[in-house]
Design a protein around this ligand. Structure first.
Ligand SMILES: Nc1ncnc2c1ncn2[C@@H]1O[C@H](COP(=O)(O)OP(=O)(O)OP(=O)(O)O)[C@@H](O)[C@H]1O
Ligand SMILES: [Mg+2]
Length: 305
């Protein structure tokens, strides 16, 4: 398959600390897309920006890789994003006009009260849900015009999801759960490599019931990152874990972000976790209330709650 080959050609390297070099241009063969991810950096923190801040006007499309870590391109440009669910007679406005940029390689934490629209936004970014109004650009593509096939390819090749409940298949071992994804990805890691990366090299043949909650979540992370996604979307990944186990899981997420350069968004109700982010986005009532930049980000090991 031409698309897979094109993806694969940029991803033949494996291992930690090597920047990925994946194009976001394979959804529409007719579109003359330029890779947005070509200046992906590994092992560096992302200069944080406010939504719609200086990068908005400055970062041009279709331009060559930026030489400086000072100017990562936006990987997502979210404009006027609204989502209304129709529940019988009742309309639920989950998102009411969200404008936000997410930058390549950054780690963003999304905070906000229950029902404020955090999961709805993440689901739209990950191609699990469609907006009612507004747009989401991913690199040079408008997600809202993707047909089903393009959306499936996008989810399969570009997005890793981690949810609060690990969604592992109980009858499969850790290795087999990860292999489910690596067998259909274009340029995956070996399941063993992905599991070693999350510290579970010694649990390959354990079934989910033979693993602790934190270990199961780490299998879920290994599964999500084994396809080397551009984007890792985590919806309350530590919500079911105690604090020390949560720190272990966050450490794996931070490591993936840092060493693979995967743009990472983490939803949480725990404001302490915001201290490990490049930027913190506060949601309220379907809107972005504020975007804050962390002058220094803490490592998960420094967090306690
Ligand atoms: N599939 C759906 N159908 C109808 N309404 C929905 C659906 N998904 C979400 N909603 C509604 O949209 C609003 C936002 O929900 P969302 O799940 O995005 O909130 P959240 O910020 O993730 O909350 P929490 O922190 O509790 O997970 C809520 O009022 C919710 O009831
Ligand atoms: Mg939610």
């Amino acid at each position: 398959m031409a698309n897979a080959n094109r993806l694969g050609s940029g991803d033949s390297r494996s291992g930690w600390g090597k920047a990925m070099n994946r194009a976001a241009g394979e959804f529409d063969e007719k579109q003359d897309a330029v890779p947005v991810a070509q200046n992906r950096r590994a092992g560096s923190s992302t200069p944080a920006r406010q939504a719609g801040g200086p990068a908005r006007g400055r970062v041009a499309r279709n331009r060559p890789a930026l030489p400086s870590a000072e100017a990562p391109p936006p990987i997502f440009e979210i404009r006027g994003l609204s989502k209304t669910y129709q529940m019988g007679e009742v309309q639920v406005e989950a998102l009411r006009g969200v404008d936000l940029d997410l930058f390549e390689g950054e780690l963003v934490v999304l905070l906000g009260p229950s029902g404020s629209g955090k999961s709805t936004l993440l689901n739209i970014l990950g191609g699990l849900d469609a907006p009612s109004r507004g747009s989401v650009r991913y690199g040079d593509h408008d997600l809202s015009v993707f047909d089903d096939a393009a959306m499936t390819r996008y989810r399969r090749e570009h997005v890793g999801f981690v949810f609060q409940f690990y969604n592992l298949i109980p009858s499969l071992t850790a290795r087999e759960n990860v292999a489910l994804v690596t067998e259909i990805a274009a340029a995956p890691m070996a399941p063993e490599e992905a599991l070693a990366m999350v510290g579970l090299g010694g649990r390959l043949d354990h079934f989910p019931t033979q693993l602790s909650g934190g270990e199961q979540q780490r299998v879920a992370i290994a599964r999500a990152v084994s396809k080397r996604p551009q984007v890792l979307l985590c919806d309350e990944p530590t919500g079911a874990l105690d604090a020390p186990t949560g720190v272990l899981v966050l450490d794996v997420i931070a490591r993936v972000n840092r060493e693979l350069g995967t743009t990472t968004a983490v939803i949480t109700h725990n404001s302490v976790i915001a201290e490990m982010a490049d930027r913190v986005v506060h949601f309220g009532d379907g809107r972005v209330v504020s975007v804050a930049t962390n002058a220094e980000k803490k490592s998960p090991a420094e967090l306690s709650w």
